[in-house]
Each structure stands twice: as C-alpha cells, then as structure tokens.
Design a binder for this molecule. Structure first.
Ligand code: C5P
Length: 401
C-alpha cells in the first residue's frame, strides 16, 4: 500500500487515452490512494463519469456549477486536503490552459486555485504533430518553468495510426511515477550502477551453469534508487523481470560480460554509487564447447574444467576514485561472522548480508548491514520496502565520505 493515506485529485481531459485511466484509477485505489476524479466535458465523450465513479468509489465532478457541493466552490474544496493533482490524459488544449492560467472549466479553475505547495503532475497524450507543434512546445516550457511536473510522454504507435512522441505513459508507469513523486529525493542527480540477477556460464551452446537468483532484490534497489532521484543503470544477468520504469538496463549473460559492462559504464560516466547485488558465478567452464556435446555410446560424462571469474565488486572497489561500493553476501550459515569478514575482504564500506537460500526468488527478505562500526538489522519485509530503506542508508552513508 505505497499510497496509503494519500488523496489524489485525478483530472481527465479529452483524449482517447482516457480508456487507460480506468486501469490507473483501480491501480491507485489498490495502492491505498483515495481518488477524487474531475473530468472536463471533452473527457466525458471518451469515458463516462459513471465508470469513473464506480472505479474510484467517489462522486465524479465535471461542472463548476455543481449544486452538490455545499458552498458551490468545488474548485476550492476539492484540492484543500489533496496530496497531489494528476491530469491524465492531459490534452494539448489543457497544456495551453495551464500555461496561461485559464479558468474556464472546473478542472482548469481548480488547477489555478490549488495551494502553491500542492504538486501538479500531468501525463500528456496527443498526436505526434500536436506534441511537436512549436506552440505546444512553448507552452510545455512555460508549465515546466512554473513547476508543473511532466510524466512522459513516450514515443510509439498512436491511436490515430501515426507513430512518434505523444503517447501517454502506460497506467503502471504512471502509477510508478506518482509513487516516486512522494519519495524523498535523497539521491537526486547521483549516478548509481547496480548489478543484479544470476550469471549464466555456458557449457556448450545449449547448456550452462547458473544459480537460483531471481534478480528481485537488485531490481527493487534499482527502482528505489530511481524513485530517490538517481540516474540508474542496471547491469542484469538473465531474469524473467521487466526493467524497472526509468532505469536503463544492460543485459549480459556471463560474469566476464558483466565485468566488461560494469567497466564500460564506469568509463562512460563517473558513478557515485556501485551496488553489487548479482549472484556472480565464481567459476566459468574453461573448456566450454562451441558445438553441442553429444552422448557417447560408452556413456562417458564430459569432464568440465573450471576457471576463476573476475571479482567485479572487489575490482571496482580497488579502482582509483571508486564509487561508494555496496556488496551483498548470501550465506547459508554464520551470517554475522561471514558478513563482517566479507566486507573487509572485498574492502567495501557497506556489505549487506542475507540468508541466501531462504531469499532466492522470494518476495520477502531480511537484511543485515555491515559497516566499520558493526552491524544493523533491517527486519523482515517485502523486497521493495527493504530496498527503500537500504537506499536511504546508502544515500546517508555515501554523502558522508
Ligand atoms: O564472494 P561472494 O560471491 O560471496 O561475494 C558476494 C558479493 O560480491 C556480491 O556483492 C556480488 O555481487 C559480488 N561479486 C562480484 N563478482 C564476483 C563474485 C561476487 O561482484 N565474481
């Protein structure tokens, strides 16, 4: 329930993307938000107030002169206890209205009358030519300068059959953006590099050695770092997960490829923080076959030889001007002893320990943070909540060095 206790005024303006807001309304409700829908007259041509009322569980307002509001001032009443206004979809015309402070319907009046501290987020949705039109772009620059926060738009196929910039973000992306808007920006503008998932070391073109890491913890940390305002690159081994919204993902298979990708990222841009969450194979198959291995009539099993992989974390930590390095340790026993020892061996300021075989693939975890002063426990919680706490700890600690 990441939006528990939040009241969101959800404004709909005219556009075919209105049909996606039914989904967003449900998702906001499931995340714990109280959703107050306000629609322009044009929006009601695309989706009915009845639908929006059923999904939000609240009376829908469309009219400045709605006699159901006791004092007849819906433009004041609806925003005074709100935590954010989200306009989705936001039309070209509504961006024009926001840029010029127009007050000619309930939604535009409500935006102008909102308290100065109340965040206003808009999700533009329009045809590519309308988005690129110089007048629209002038208005977009103006509303950005006025502190209005833009969610998207994205590029892609459009309902009109054309392709380009102007697609509204998908409902789950909008939900992520709205949740992120409430998070403290403790890593604002910082570059954070993360490894996650397992590695896959080939035996032959169709077989390989891997491990049970699902990538969930590393992906949750990437998401939490982005929510905290960081520019995040995720170097990921093979997982079944989608890249977190806002995060750039580089896909790799082997430990050597992961090492090369991390070094390439460090060369491309100075990184402030490096979090090594990946369960990297310590060994690769030295005599991997380029052709599929065949069973022999004699039943001989292939003889595999192993060679050591580079230690990515230790290598990065040893670089001159190294980023603030955070390691992970998945142990099956003696976590307190092994965790403290591993932090010293890898020579990193922070090492995060967990009982590995209990957490792989699960949604919950329990973490122990080892630093120079000793250890702290982050009690059992879901991986998103833990990732958020860990990112706050990293932000605090990395700003101290
Ligand atoms: O040595 P061990 O594998 O237990 O260390 C775990 C930590 O080191 C994790 O942070 C993991 O991502 C990192 N690691 C690495 N490269 C390796 C092995 C581990 O970056 N080859």
């Amino acid at each position: 329930m990441r939006l528990a206790g939040k009241k969101i005024v959800l404004g709909l303006t005219g556009g075919v993307a209105c049909y996606k807001i039914a989904e967003l309304t449900r998702a906001l409700g499931k995340a714990g938000a109280d959703v107050q829908v306000v629609m322009t007259e044009s929006a009601t041509h695309f989706i009915t107030p009845v639908t929006m009322q059923a999904l939000s569980g609240n009376t829908v307002y469309t009219d400045q002169w709605d006699a159901r509001v006791n004092n007849n001032m819906p433009h004041i009443d609806l925003t005074r206890d709100a935590d954010a206004i989200v306009i989705a979809p936001c039309s070209t015309d509504f961006i024009f209205k926001l840029a010029h402070g127009a007050c000619n319907d309930l939604l535009s009046t409500l935006c102008v009358a909102r308290p100065a501290h109340l965040p206003l987020l808009i999700a533009p949705a329009m045809n590519v030519e309308m988005w690129q039109n110089p007048a629209t772009q002038r208005n977009v620059q103006q509303i950005k300068a006025d502190g209005i926060h833009l969610l998207g738009p994205a590029a892609g196929d459009q309902a009109c059959g054309e392709t380009g910039m102007g697609r509204m973000l998908e409902p789950e992306q909008l939900l992520t953006e709205i949740i992120a808007s409430f998070q403290a920006k403790t890593l604002a503008g910082k570059h954070v590099l993360i490894t996650a998932g397992p590695t896959f070391e080939p035996i032959d073109p169709v077989r390989g050695v891997t491990n049970l890491s699902s990538g969930k913890m590393g992906y949750a940390i990437a998401q939490a770092a982005w929510e905290a305002g960081a520019i995040v690159t995720l170097v990921s081994g093979p997982t079944a997960l989608d890249a977190p919204h806002g995060v750039r993902r580089v896909d790799v298979q082997t430990a050597q490829q992961m090492f090369d990708a991390v070094v390439a990222q460090l060369k491309q841009h100075k990184q402030d923080v490096f979090v090594a969450v990946a369960a990297v194979a310590d060994w690769r198959v030295a005599n991997a076959s380029t052709q599929k291995l065949k069973k022999t009539n004699e039943g001989d099993a292939p003889q595999l030889q192993f060679a050591q992989n580079p230690d990515i974390l230790a290598s990065v930590a040893a670089m001159p001007n190294a980023p603030y390095c955070v390691g992970f340790a998945a142990e099956s026993e003696n976590l307190l002893q092994y965790g403290a020892a591993k932090r010293q061996k890898k020579d990193v300021p922070l090492l995060v320990g967990n009982i590995g075989h209990h957490t792989f693939g699960k949604d919950e975890n329990e973490l122990v943070l080892f630093d120079v002063h000793g250890h702290t426990v982050l009690p059992r919680a879901n991986k998103q909540a833990l990732a958020q706490q860990l990112v706050a700890e990293i932000a605090l600690r990395s700003s101290l060095i």
